[in-house]
Design a binder for this molecule. Structure first.
Ligand code: NAD
Length: 455
């Protein structure tokens, strides 16, 4: 699509967004029903597209791409009336006889930019939020998964007229041309590097942003943790989508006494794995990056502990300076770092950028509490990995370098809505005129007295 066509669609959607905002909530819900049906009907083609793009196993496609979208749609259909209801608020004693409420209004026309690693779910889940909140939306899926992006385009075309929702395919140039337009909200999922570009572009139009980014999510294994459970959960979290998951365990922090037993549990669990049931690394460029990360770590003294689906590398003082400990790994490499005590463990985490997820394996509630309270992360999961993202009653998002804002369920509705505060005068609208000019000493004293009385 050329830039003029893109602009034309944008203006069409802008106009339409003013028209649809006043329509009944059921208008949005009918689109969500239709989206649900069309996604369900396309399940075989979606699975096939994932096979073409990077051999993602069917179970993973259904579990981590199709189901989350259907779940989000169902959540919106069930709760939208309640979420969209004006919220009545107290006016306080200072404003007697007035009424106050908060009205959630659609932001307008939204841009959704999606990454390649969960290309279906991360394009359509935000779309559910945008449509549910009464917006129009343009979706720019990833250029690295062309078959899946085409299915997304087909589905959106079948469900929505283009002035309500539209997919525009393309790479970074298309993305940048879209980012030049004055959208009312930009929902971006992707890398921190591109997140900064998105935010800078959004600043030009003072457009609000939700940034769902990545980072290095640690997995902490306490001295007395169930090591078999920790091994199974961490290996599952790291092999899901072949480690190409924003909330994948990035590295392990383990008590020094537990290393050999933990590795033995990983080895035993991995015996059940089948090479054909793991996604491919998305491209040769990404594979080369991972090879370089591993070689660099080994060269700097990292010790290989296991190499079967996942490479676990024990880091020492010199290898800690390797690139693998500086950037998000996003693949089946797993550095392992030992710690001696809780204090040094907490300092290790807080000396680094705030991660998107933090995993704790422990049976000790005091230890768990201490980590949760003294560190910061987008989300956390105790004695498991990744599953917190699947609960749409929980807002999902990063903090600091791992992102801005959150979504899923009600949080999505709020991300795509503006909270408009409204006050209505009542029976005695002139009651406050006493404090209008001329200002006198008596009025000042009375106002001070009211404040003292807690009005
Ligand atoms: P990416 O940032 O390279 O690309 C994301 C999107 O931005 C794509 O649609 C791409 O076309 C576009 N883009 C790329 N370069 C651009 C530029 N210079 N200007 C404007 N747009 C540009 O990310 P990716 O490689 O597709 O995905 C992997 C990253 O996404 C990882 O860092 C991962 O942690 C993160 N991620 C985060 C979440 C989350 O929910 N927090 C989920 C999945 C992935």
């Amino acid at each position: 699509m050329n830039p003029i066509e893109v602009q034309n669609f944008f203006h069409l959607q802008k106009r339409k967004s003013w028209e649809i905002r006043s329509l009944h909530i059921d208008h949005r819900i009918s689109y969500l029903h239709k989206l649900k049906d069309v996604v369900k009907n396309h399940e075989p083609q979606i699975i096939e597209a994932f096979q073409k793009d990077y051999q993602k196993p069917a179970l993973e496609v259904v579990m981590t791409e199709i189901y989350p979208v259907l779940h989000e749609i169902q959540n919106f259909i069930k709760h939208l009336h309640q979420w969209a209801m004006p919220q009545s608020k107290s006016s306080g004693l200072l404003f007697p006889f007035t009424s106050s409420e908060v009205l959630s209004e659609p932001k307008g026309t939204c841009l959704i930019i999606a990454p390649w690693n969960y290309p279906f779910g991360l394009a359509l889940t935000p779309l559910v939020g945008a449509i549910g909140a009464g917006n129009t939306a343009i979706i720019k899926p990833s250029e690295l998964t062309p078959a899946v992006s085409q299915i997304i385009a087909d589905i959106v075309k079948e469900v929505f007229p283009s002035e309500i929702a539209l997919v525009i395919q393309g790479g970074k140039e298309t993305s940048q041309a879209l980012l030049d337009l004055p959208f009312d909200h930009i929902f971006f999922t992707g890398s921190n590097e591109v997140g900064k570009i998105v935010m800078a572009k959004a600043a030009q139009n003072l457009t609000s942003v939700t940034l769902e980014l990545g980072g290095k999510s640690p997995s902490i294994i306490d001295e007395k943790a169930d090591l078999k459970l920790a091994a199974e959960k961490i290996i599952w979290g790291k092999t899901l989508n072949n480690g190409q998951t924003c909330v994948a365990p990035d590295y392990i922090l383990i008590h020094e006494n537990s290393v050999s037993r933990f590795i033995a549990e990983c080895e035993s669990f991995l015996k059940t794995f089948d090479q054909h049931q793991v996604s491919n690394i998305i491209s040769n460029r990404h594979r080369d990056r991972l090879t370089k990360l591993e070689e660099d770590a080994l060269q700097k003294g990292a010790k290989p502990l296991l190499k079967n689906f996942v490479s676990i590398l024990q880091m020492n003082e010199t290898s800690m300076s390797a690139q693998i400990m500086k950037e998000e790994i996003f693949g089946p490499l797993l550095p392992l770092i030992t710690y001696e005590d809780t204090e040094s463990l907490i300092h290790f985490i807080i000396d680094r950028p705030k991660p998107l997820a933090l995993y704790i394996f422990s049976k000790n509630n005091d230890f768990i509490e201490a980590i949760l309270k003294r560190t910061s992360s987008g989300g956390a999961c105790i004695n498991d990995t990744i599953i917190h993202v699947g609960n749409h009653a929980l807002p999902f998002g990063g903090v600091g370098e791992s992102g801005i804002g959150s979504y899923h369920g009600k949080a999505s509705f709020q991300a795509f809505s503006h909270q408009k505060s409204i006050m209505k005068q009542g029976l005695f609208p002139r009651i406050s005129h006493y404090f209008y000019p001329p200002y006198t000493e008596t009025k000042l004293k009375l106002f001070r007295l009211l404040i003292k009385l807690g009005f």
